[in-house]
Design a protein around this ligand. Structure first.
Ligand code: IMP
Ligand code: MG
Length: 332
C-alpha cells in the first residue's frame, strides 16, 4: 500500500484470489479494483467453510468496507455481474466504469464452439469475441446498459483521487503473464495483455503511481486449455503428486509441471516485480499445511523458498499454506 498490484506469474490460476482476499482484509484498502480480460477469469476464495467463486467482481469483497471496482479495460457480462452482486450482497459498493465493454449473447455463442474453443481452448465466456468487437469499435459500453446505471463510475478518477488522498488501492490482475496477448505463448493466449502494465492501463493507473508489484506463483505450474507447457507431467503423475486441479470457470482438468524457474524469471522481468506471493506450498510439502510462520516450515520447504529468492532476486513476502484466507505466512 498505498497502491499494490497483484498479477499472475504463470498461466493463471496461481491462487491470486486467495492472496488478494488476504491483502484486502489485512491492509484494508479503500478500493479493490479489477483489471484484466473479463469473466474468463475465475478466482476461488475460501473463508471458513464458505467457498466463493468470482468471475467479474474483484476478489477483495470479503473486506466489507472496500469499494469494489471494475476498470474500463475489462469486458463485463451483466448477467454474471448481477448474479455475483446479489450472491455477495455488495450492491452498495460495487462499481463499473462507464466505458467497460459489454459481452452479449453473440460473443458467448462465438466463443463456445469453433476455432477459439477447439484450437485455443478458450473458456467460452465471450471475452475474446467481445474484445475483438471492441477493437472494431462496435462493442456496446456499460453506459448504454440500463441495468448497470446504478453502478457506473469513472474508475480512473476514483482510484487516482484515493491515492492522492493517501488511501490504499489494491489492484487485481487476472489470468497470468504467459497468457498475455503480447508476451504469452501466442496464439494460445487470452485476448489482452495481462502483465502489470496492461492491468494498470485497464484501470487508468499511470506507471509512476504503482508502489508495489506482487507476482504470484503457485509452487508448481498449471495450465488449462491448449498451448505449450514445458516439463508437463503425465496425468497419472499429476494425480499421484496430489496436484490435480479443475478450472474454476470451465471445470476442465488442469495440466501440471514442476515450478519453472526460467519462466518465473521472465515473469519477474516483464512485470517489474517487487514482491513474490507463493501459493500452495502445502501441496508440495504436506507438513507446511496451515502454518503461519517461516520458522515452522520444514527444511525442504525453506530451501525451496530460499532458492526462489536467490534465482529470482525478489523477496517472497506472502506464502500460502492452505485454502483458507488466513492460511498464509506474511513476511512483509
Ligand atoms: P479465453 O481467454 O477464454 O479466450 O481463453 C484463452 C486461453 O486462456 C485458454 O487456454 C484458457 O484456458 C486460458 N485462460 C483464460 N482465462 C484464464 C484464467 O483466468 N485462468 C486460466 N486460464 C485462463
Ligand atoms: Mg482461475
Amino acid at each position: 500500500m498505498p497502491s499494490t498490484i497483484v498479477v499472475g506469474g504463470f498461466f493463471g490460476d496461481e491462487g491470486k484470489g486467495k492472496i488478494i482476499s488476504y491483502l484486502a482484509q489485512k491492509d484494508d484498502p479503500t478500493i479493490v479494483v479489477r483489471g484484466g480480460a473479463g469473466p474468463n477469469a475465475g478466482h476461488t476464495i475460501e473463508d471458513g467453510n464458505k467457498k466463493y467463486k468470482v468471475r467479474m467482481l474483484p476478489s477483495g469483497f470479503l473486506n466489507k468496507n472496500a469499494k469494489l471496482m471494475i476498470g474500463p479495460g475489462v469486458v463485463v457480462n451483466p448477467d454474471v455481474l448481477h448474479k455475483e452482486i446479489e450472491e455477495f450482497g455488495v450492491s452498495e459498493r460495487a462499481f463499473v466504469d462507464s466505458n467497460c465493454g459489454i459481452i452479449e449473447k453473440i460473443h458467448t455463442d462465438a466463443d463456445s464452439g469453433g476455432r477459439l474453443k477447439e484450437k485455443i481452448g478458450s473458456t467460452g465466456s465471450g471475452t475474446g469475441p467481445a474484445n475483438a468487437d471492441r477493437a472494431m469499435r462496435t462493442l456496446k459500453l456499460a453506459k448504454e446498459i440500463d441495468s448497470l446505471k446504478p453502478y457506473l463510475v469513472d474508475v480512473a478518477e476514483k482510484i487516482n483521487a484515493a491515492l492522492d488522498d493517501d488511501k490504499g488501492v489494491l489492484v487485481e490482475g487476472t489470468q497470468g503473464t504467459f497468457l498475455s496477448l503480447w508476451h504469452g505463448t501466442y496464439p494460445f493466449v487470452t485476448s489482452k495483455d495481462v502483465t502489470a502494465s496492461g492491468i494498470c492501463a485497464d484501470i487508468g493507473l499511470g506507471p509512476k503511481k504503482v508502489d508495489d508489484v506482487m507476482v504470484v506463483f503457485k509452487s508448481y505450474v498449471t495450465r488449462v486449455g491448449t498451448g505449450v507447457l514445458s516439463g508437463e507431467l503425465p496425468a497419472d503423475e499429476v494425480a499421484a503428486r496430489g496436484w490435480s486441479e479443475v478450472g474454476t470457470v470451465t471445470g476442465r482438468q488442469r495440466r501440471a509441471a514442476e515450478f519453472d524457474f526460467e519462466l518465473a524469471k521472465r515473469a519477474i522481468m516483464l512485470n517489474s516485480a517487487t514482491q513474490i506471493g507463493l501459493t500452495k506450498l502445502d501441496v508440495l510439502f504436506k507438513e507446511c499445511a496451515h502454518k503461519n510462520s517461516f520458522e515452522q516450515l520444514n527444511d525442504a520447504a525453506k530451501s525451496f523458498i530460499t532458492k526462489i529468492e536467490d534465482v529470482l532476486d525478489v523477496p517472497v513476502t506472502l506464502i500460502g499454506t492452505g485454502a483458507g484466507v488466513n492460511d498464509i505466512i506474511d513476511l512483509r
